[in-house]
Design a protein around this ligand. Structure first.
Ligand SMILES: [Zn+2]
Length: 244
């Protein structure tokens, strides 16, 4: 059975982020369509679902946004329709995060990094973390680091072994002098975060992913941006290059 309620919410308000005003603003509901439905799956089980589509207008700048709110009896506790999934068109741009000057990165890494940031902006947390890991792999590959020394416990004693997984490669980056010893722990933190998300498909908090991106930015700046800027500056000082 399906029921439709047109313009039931018109005149109501929602406070959401406005992409043009760059802050949360009051939005007026100009049009709405609520659709409630249920399907009798078998004698004992009825599946309930609800969809609410609204056209919203920012009270500050007049920009229009479409909101689609969905919920169903399987994914969520069916109580007052609480905790529905909400999507906005266009996507809200409130997930602002500092990104580095991508032009200094090798093309391949630039591409993985850009897609990783896009995943973050669209709330695709697991893919974003997988992207962080892939960016790290890309840096190791670009610097031709294929392995590194890892401590492994053998018969109760730690021994050094050369290993070619990401853990080994990260240590190899340090051995080759591409990253400082201080930054190694940071890189391993990123690797472990990536491991958890990819292998266990765990849901990471957005704030942890933001921290992981900041750390990744720090590493990429150290490995690519700063050496390149230093080189440009040196060229200017020598009179052999263009100013920054
Ligand atoms: Zn606005």
């Amino acid at each position: 059975m399906i029921e439709e309620f047109k313009d039931k919410n018109v005149g109501g308000e929602r406070v959401i982020f406005c992409n043009r005003c760059k802050q949360d603003t009051k939005h007026i509901i100009k049009s709405s369509l609520v659709t409630n439905g249920n399907d009798q799956i078998n004698d004992d089980f009825i599946f309930y679902w609800s969809e609410n589509v609204e056209i919203l207008k920012c009270n500050g700048c007049g920009t229009t946004t479409v909101m689609v709110e969905e919920s169903n009896s399987e994914e969520l506790p069916w109580k007052d329709g609480a905790y529905p999934h909400i999507v906005y068109f266009p996507n809200r741009e409130d997930g602002y995060i500092q990104v580095i000057e991508k032009g200094f990165l090798p093309w391949k890494i630039q591409k993985i990094y850009s897609e990783t940031i896009e995943c973050y902006r669209h709330g695709l947390v697991v893919l974003c973390v997988a992207g962080i890991r892939a960016t790290l792999e890309g840096v190791c590959q670009d610097r031709n680091v294929k392995d590194g020394i890892v401590k492994r416990k053998r018969k109760g004693v730690y021994v050094d072994r050369k290993i070619n997984n990401l853990e080994g490669k990260i240590n190899g980056m340090c051995e080759a002098g591409f990253v400082s010893k201080r930054n190694i722990d940071i890189l391993h933190t990123l690797r472990i975060v990536g491991n958890d998300a990819v292998h266990e498909l765990s849901v990471l908090e957005k704030v942890k992913v933001e921290a992981a991106i900041s750390i990744l930015n720090h590493i990429l700046t150290d490995v690519y941006v700063l050496p390149e800027k230093q080189r440009l500056l040196k060229n200017v000082q020598d009179g052999s290059g263009l100013p920054l």
